[in-house]
Design a protein. Structure first.
Length: 407
């Protein structure tokens, strides 16, 4: 009995040792294979350049979401410098302009818009997409800010607002006017009309929401009407170009085709020679008969016809050019407080219409620094000029007045 127990324990030890040896032998190849599998997984997980760019754009969006615009601008500018993909540039440009607007950095926003417009004007690659997207973001950002002011119950033409708000509203006007001027500058090129005309109308409409006064609002309403008319005209021109139907004022005259019967009839018809120069022969019935005691009605009618045949340009205004030398009363404009604090200087040109008595009848257009235009217009309304005459008759005149604002 004890011998069987020893044999049982011996066999159990042999089986256990064999099992341990086999299990250790199987673990060594598995451990040897693990580094290779880890390296392959690392190779598979390494992100591509597109994924890295996508992560950086998402990071910039997160900065914008928490209003950390300085970090967002830095990240987006780095993306634009390091990436050449057009789609990435389009997204980065729009986000960058949005950050400039929300940050209140209008100087960099205007410079960015000017650079993209210069590229678009030079017909660079993808420049049309870049410029239209950024200009559209300027219009949308301005409209959103206008709605923000209105929701807070703030009048955009209130001059008693804090200086920061006045400057913010004024810079929005300047940026929108830049888009309007840029669109007009190259609107003569027909291939650019489909892109520029919608931008021009939207920018003009939003600029009308930022009107300074009733005169400014009326001016931009007229601009909107003119813009829509330009769009309608441009669309009609494009339609004619597509259909290839030239526009002619009068149908062309087709030459007459003579048949054989017409040739025979023309040969048989008697030809009459007309004298080259013959004096008209007056019949006795055609000679004027002077009746004694007749009224002078016919003579008066002829005199009135002669008077009415005088040139009608007597009523047209004279183009006088610079009107500063014709003024008899020219009070200087008052320097605006906001412009003085911002050190705004420059020349403001005011185009006016002067009536027959020498008074300013209409202010046509104002050009110059936006903070100085109101002061120039207020001063022009008080100016008085010596009457302009043509052939001894007083007439109206058109011209301009320059104001030099300096500190």
């Amino acid at each position: 009995m004890p011998l069987n127990v020893k044999r049982l324990f011996g066999s159990a030890l042999l089986v256990l040792s064999a099992f341990i040896i086999s299990s250790s032998a199987q673990e060594q190849p598995a451990a040897a294979k693990e580094p290779a599998s880890e390296t392959t997984e690392k190779e598979k997980r390494e992100p591509t350049a597109a994924e890295i760019t996508h992560q950086r754009v998402a990071k910039a969006k997160a900065f914008i979401a928490v209003r950390n615009y300085a970090s967002a601008v830095h990240e987006l500018e780095m993306i634009r410098r390091e990436t050449a993909e057009p789609s990435v540039h389009s997204v980065a440009n729009v986000l960058l302009m949005y950050s400039y607007f929300e940050q209140g950095n209008y100087k960099r926003a205007q410079q960015f818009l000017t650079d993209l417009f210069g590229s678009y004007r030079s017909n660079n690659a993808h420049s049309e997409t870049y410029y239209s997207a950024v200009a559209g973001q300027v219009i949308k950002g301005s409209r959103d800010k206008v709605e923000r002011y209105r929701k807070l119950g703030i009048a955009l033409n209130d001059r008693s607002l804090p200086l920061e708000a006045i400057n913010d509203i004024e810079q929005m006007r300047v940026t929108l006017e830049m888009i309007v001027e840029q669109a007009r500058e190259i609107s003569a090129e027909k291939e650019r009309i489909p892109v520029l005309m919608p931008l021009l109308e939207e920018a003009t409409a939003v600029r009308g929401l930022l009107a300074r006064d009733d005169y400014d609002a009326r001016r931009w309403r007229d601009e909107i009407a003119d813009t829509r008319e330009q769009i309608a005209n441009s669309q009609s021109v494009v339609l004619n170009a597509i259909l290839e139907t030239p526009i002619t004022e009068a149908p062309a005259q087709t030459p007459a085709v003579l048949t054989e019967e017409a040739d025979i009839a023309e040969e048989q018809a008697p030809q009459t020679e007309t004298p080259a120069e013959s004096e008209p022969v007056q019949n006795d019935a055609d000679r004027p008969v002077k009746i004694v005691g007749a009224s002078q009605t016919a003579t008066d009618e002829k005199d009135q016809e002669n008077i009415s045949d005088e040139p009608s340009n007597l009523k047209e205004p004279i183009e006088a050019g610079a009107l500063n030398g014709y003024a008899v009363n020219n009070p200087p404009p008052a320097y605006p407080t906001a412009a003085r604090q911002l050190r705004a200087t420059g020349v403001v040109r005011v185009d006016v219409v002067v009536d027959e008595e020498g008074n300013v009848a209409e202010i046509v257009k104002t050009q110059g620094h936006t903070l100085l235009q109101n002061a120039a217009r207020d001063a022009v309304k008080k100016w008085k000029f010596k009457p302009f005459t043509r052939d001894g008759r007083p007439v109206s005149a058109t011209g301009y007045i320059n104001f030099n604002f300096s500190l």
